[in-house]
Structures are given as structure tokens and as C-alpha cells.
Design a protein around this ligand. Structure first.
Ligand code: SAM
Length: 278
């Protein structure tokens, strides 16, 4: 196995979601850089990976710049270095960015072992449009910052994905009522765990639900794009025209439907219109 830095995704709930490659790299690792050494040692033990002979170091946001060089030096010296989060994919609302950036700049071998990422799993569960989405990270906790942050992101024409804590969910949904109005919101909870749920509705409907049923556990909050169908038509018309110039009607429609997750009949109707209008 090549010496270098391996970014390893870990399960976000169900231990069965560890990958075969992750197990192999963890077994061979000399150095494991992680958020919390106790959590990562426990994970290794659960996965039957011997921790003896491996060095564990804790990397946090506040010491990542300083430790990045030390970790890179170990990789250059011939070590197999794993960087992993407590759960999920490194760098995604977790440390690892500074290390990856420095490794790239210095030409050190850097690779990723794909696996669970709460944002992507939540999007898959939500039934919200997945053709275009934006991951926005954690919602700020202070009232004004929260509203500014949500208002700024509401301008983006894509499904928005936020990480949120259970005890702040109702506050965020309440702020969303004015900002997102009737846009569909989804709350995915405890993904891949025993009590996995996903609730959809407007922000107002979800405030009512979660006030009655205070949420527990880990949460991803999502908001659908504004869904103005005229905008959608405008968005794909130009591309549909291009498709029609190069393909037959059936293929052009199929390509657009698959690319944008659209209703086939609507796209078919639009394609006929474009064709008939030359
Ligand atoms: N890097 C991780 C990832 O990509 O999955 C996320 C780390 S971030 C510090 C932790 C947040 O991810 C939680 O507060 C929650 O919003 C979300 N999360 C993690 N595991 C989850 C799960 N099983 N179900 C729902 N949300 C989860």
C-alpha cells in the first residue's frame, strides 16, 4: 500500500456501513489522525482492528494548521496515515480541509475512501430534488445570524441542506417560516440508526409537529428550491433545444428528464412545442 494520507469515511450510525477498503486501510495504518482519539479507538475495537502499534493523534479546528505539517511529514517518511472523523466523511462540517490543502500543495499522496455522509444520505431520503443542491453546513445559533444566513441561502436555486442540532430544530424551523414560506422542508433524523425518520411539510407544519414531538438525535434539515415551474421551463428549454438539434425527440426528452429529474409528459410537451416552432 502506498505511503500517504487516506481520508477515510466512517459510519454515521450503522457499523455495517464501514467499507472493505476502510477496513483494509485502517488495518495497515501506522498513524490515525482523528477528532477524538477515544472515539476512533473505540471504533477500531468494534471493527476488530488492533490499535496496538498505531499512533493516534487528535486533530481539531484549532490545532489542524499546526498538526497538518507533522502529519504530512510522517506520510513523506513512509507512513500510512489515516485521517478520519468521529462519524461520516472528513472535511464535511468536520476538520481535514487544511490537511488536504497542504498535502495537495506539497504533492504528497492523498486519496479518499468514500463512504457515509449525512448530507448526501439525507438528500436521498428526503424526496426533494437532487439534481442541484447546496450543502450549507450548520445553521448559526444566534437569532440575527440565523436569519441572515437562511435569507442569504434562500436566494440559491437548489435544494438546501443544513446540519442542525435537535434542541435548535424548532428555532430554525420557526425562522424558516417567513423566509421559505410554502417551500417544502424535510427533516431527516437518526439516519441508518434504529429510529431513522424523515418528515416533510412546510416549515409551519413542521414547527407544529416538532413542538408536539420534541426531536432527539442527529438531524439534517433540507429545503426544496422555490419550484417555480416557469423558471424550471426556462432553465431547461435552452438545453432541450440543443438536445433536439443532435438527437431524436425521444432521446432528447429522456436525456433532459434524467438530468433534471423532471416530469416526462411536461418535457415531452415542451419538446413538441420547440420542434413545431422550429
Ligand atoms: N462529517 C459528517 C458527515 O459528513 O456525515 C458530519 C459531521 S457534523 C460534525 C455532525 C452533524 O451531521 C450532526 O449534527 C447532524 O446534523 C449530521 N449527522 C451526522 N450523523 C447523522 C445521522 N445519523 N442522521 C442525521 N444527521 C446526522
Amino acid at each position: 500500500m502506498e505511503n500517504g494520507i487516506y481520508l477515510v469515511a466512517t459510519p454515521i450510525g450503522n457499523m455495517g456501513d464501514i467499507t472493505l477498503r476502510a477496513l483494509e486501510v485502517l488495518q495497515k495504518a501506522d498513524l490515525i489522525a482523528c477528532e477524538d482519539t477515544r472515539v476512533s479507538k473505540k471504533l477500531c475495537t468494534l471493527l476488530n482492528i488492533a490499535t496496538k502499534g498505531k499512533t493516534f493523534i487528535a486533530v481539531h479546528d484549532h490545532n489542524e494548521s499546526e498538526l497538518a505539517q507533522k502529519i504530512i511529514d510522517e506520510a513523506v517518511a513512509g507512513k500510512i496515515v489515516v485521517y478520519m472523523s468521529d462519524a461520516g466523511s472528513p472535511l464535511i462540517s468536520d476538520p481535514g480541509y487544511k490537511l488536504a490543502k497542504a498535502a495537495r500543495e506539497q504533492g504528497v499522496y492523498l486519496t479518499t475512501l468514500p463512504g457515509a455522509c449525512a448530507a448526501i444520505c439525507a438528500l436521498q431520503l428526503s424526496g426533494l430534488p437532487s439534481n442541484s443542491f447546496m450543502f450549507c453546513g450548520f445553521i448559526p445559533n444566534k437569532e440575527k445570524a440565523r436569519i441572515d444566513f437562511l435569507s442569504k441561502n434562500s436566494q440559491v436555486d437548489a435544494t438546501l441542506i443544513f446540519y442542525e442540532r435537535a434542541d435548535r430544530l424548532v428555532k430554525s424551523l420557526t425562522a424558516m417560516q417567513n423566509i421559505f414560506g410554502q417551500r417544502e422542508v424535510a427533516v431527516a433524523r437518526e439516519i441508518s440508526k434504529l429510529h431513522e425518520t424523515c418528515h416533510n411539510g412546510t416549515a409551519t407544519e413542521l414547527v407544529a409537529y416538532f413542538e408536539q414531538n420534541p426531536p432527539k438525535g442527529e438531524i439534517v434539515l433540507m429545503v426544496a428550491p422555490s419550484g417555480d415551474s416557469q423558471d424550471e421551463t426556462a432553465d431547461y428549454s435552452a438545453e432541450l433545444r440543443l438536445e433536439l438539434a443532435h438527437n431524436n425527440l425521444k432521446t432528447a426528452v429522456k436525456n433532459i428528464v434524467e438530468k433534471y429529474n423532471l416530469n416526462r409528459n411536461e418535457v415531452y410537451k415542451k419538446a413538441l412545442e420547440l420542434k413545431n416552432n422550429g
